[in-house]
Write a protein that binds this ligand. Structure first.
Ligand code: NAD
Length: 497
């Protein structure tokens, strides 16, 4: 079993005092070991980043962007190799893995615009012979901590932008599926990034705590579950760091009586069961306005859920692979037992699924609950598995109240043909990302991504314009060049025009 190395200062290194197993969830077998960095290893990465920073900060933005152009090409050339690695360690299908990479590459394309996005704001003649401008300067050494469910895309939300803004970056990817993340970082070095500007250090809580506690690390971007997001936000901001911490979700789709139900069902199937429901934007609750909508929805969903093609993620033409670990599969199964005990109707039960040839894989079939009510744990908590809950309500207002009362506010959508209903929904819903007849409203790279309520801790969303603001600090400069012949007297009152 090979040991997946860290990438520090352009070198592949392993410290193997503590390690964790990396599984292929389709076979259930451990395939690699990953080192869990200690404080000294994290400090090595910080030192490398601190040493690289002065020169990188001074490198013109257009030169930094040229590295990103080459990086984009290398990512495209290596698409199938990266998708294979994602699929092997995460379990998602190859097509889904390739899709995640494409959405990640969008962020590299956005970063290619560095000279444009870093242009400051300029005002001439704000006073006699005085000009003023705002400059957007890098923060220094910044770090990112990422989850297992998008090992390629989520890191690409962070470091391409941080780096073109002139920062040096330390990435601590998920220890569950780190191989694709490492390969992508190696491609950025191959594209010409100076050593030390990006390091990848594997690890668990100990590594994250070392990053939080290091005074040289000026900002932390986190994506993962809400309890850890809250912890990192509290500990990071307490130490004066800038922190954006994106957390968990429970995303509702509202089905109005006038919706195009067949199209809504197709959309829901992908949004609820794609990637085995292990997406922070997955739809896990279908809120049906009226019993007629609910009955029709359930009867259309059942045959499609039963027909889901499930197998090893690396096989072609599948709808769903396994869950990421056996422990997670058991946790999701526990929620199904809990829902049944709480009185919800389990219409499709995906437990006990065996995939021929991969009997030890962490598989679970699609599950559907009807008549779920808001006090049930399966409604309140993020399950992060292939489980869709149908909740029945009587009006759009009741649907919106339900969503607004939920602790999470990451994504939501409405299926309707009624523009007035859609407009009200967009105006009043307490959720950060909203779709109208779009089930997974993940913003494109030139907008920003982030939820509301307990789905995000911090003020700025990820990537896009908010990402630029997060990875830079504004400096306001006021400059006067007095005319040679003039002498200006001291002024003791507060300066004004
Ligand atoms: P996780 O919170 O378990 O882990 C995320 C990262 O935090 C990993 O790098 C992990 O090593 C580290 N970590 C774990 N425990 C820690 C601890 N005690 N202290 C410090 N660091 C720790 O999340 P996960 O299981 O990898 O990912 C799934 C979660 O991520 C879901 O809740 C999902 O909704 C969320 N997610 C959110 C978004 C979003 O944009 N809001 C996107 C993707 C995933």
């Amino acid at each position: 079993m090979s040991l997946i190395p860290h990438l520090i200062n352009g070198e592949l290194l392993s410290d193997s005092a503590r390690t964790a197993d990396v599984f292929n969830p389709s076979t259930g077998q451990a395939i690699h070991k990953v080192p869990l960095a200690d404080r000294a290893t994290i400090q090595q990465a910080i030192d490398a980043a601190s040493a690289a920073y002065p020169a990188w900060r001074k490198t013109p933005a257009a030169k930094r962007a040229q590295v990103m152009f080459r990086f984009k090409q290398l990512l495209e050339q290596n698409e199938s190799r990266i998708a294979q690695l994602i699929s092997e360690e995460h379990g998602k299908t190859l097509e889904d893995a390739a899709g995640e990479l494409k959405r990640g590459i969008e962020n590299v394309e956005f970063a290619c615009a560095a000279p444009e996005i870093l242009k400051g704001e300029y005002s001439r003649n704000v006073g006699p012979n005085i000009d003023a401008w705002s400059d957007f300067q890098p923060l220094g050494v910044v770090a990112g901590i990422t989850p297992f469910n998008f090992p390629a895309m989520v890191p690409l939300w962070m470091y391409p932008l941080a780096i073109v803004c002139g920062n040096c970056f330390i990435l601590k990817p998920s220890e569950r599926d780190p191989s694709s993340t490492l390969l992508i970082a190696q491609l950025l070095l191959e594209a010409g990034l100076p050593k030390g500007v990006l390091s990848v250090v594997h690890g668990d809580k100990a590594a994250v705590d070392a990053l939080i506690e290091a005074p040289q690390v000026k900002a932390l971007s986190f994506v993962g579950s809400t309890p850890i997001a809250e912890y990192i936000y509290a500990e990071g901001t307490r130490r004066g760091k800038r922190v954006q911490a994106l957390g968990g979700a429970k995303n509702h789709a509202v089905l109005m009586p006038d919706a195009d139900l067949d199209n809504a069902v197709s959309a829901l199937m992908g949004a609820a069961y794609g990637s085995c429901g292990e997406r922070c934007m997955a739809i896990s609750v279908a809120v049906c306005v009226g019993d007629q909508v609910a009955d029709a929805l359930v009867s259309k969903l059942v045959p499609q859920i039963k027909a889901l093609k499930i197998g090893a993620g690396t096989s072609c033409g599948l709808d769903m692979g396994p869950l990421v670990t056996g422990q997670h599969r058991d946790k999701v199964s526990g929620y199904i037992e809990d829902g049944v005990a709480a009185g919800a109707s389990l219409i499709v039960d995906g437990r006990g699924l065996s995939v021929a040839g991969n009997e030890e894989g962490f598989f679970l079939g699609g599950c559907l609950f009807d008549r779920v009510t808001p006090e049930m744990r399966i409604y309140k908590e993020e399950i992060f598995g292939p489980v869709l809950c149908v909740v029945r309500v009587n009006s759009l207002e009741e649907a919106m109240q339900l969503i607004n009362d939920h602790e999470y506010g990451n994504g939501t959508c409405i299926f309707t043909r009624d523009g007035e209903a859609a407009r009200l929904f967009c105006d009043e819903i307490e959720v950060g990302m909203v779709g109208v007849n779009v089930p997974l409203p993940v913003p494109v790279a030139y907008h920003s991504f982030g939820g509301w309520k307990r789905s995000l801790f911090g003020d700025l969303h990820a990537y896009g314009p908010d990402g630029v603001r997060f990875y830079t600090r504004r400096k306001a400069i006021t400059q006067r060049w007095p005319q040679r012949a003039s002498h200006e007297a001291s002024q003791f009152a507060f300066p004004s025009l």
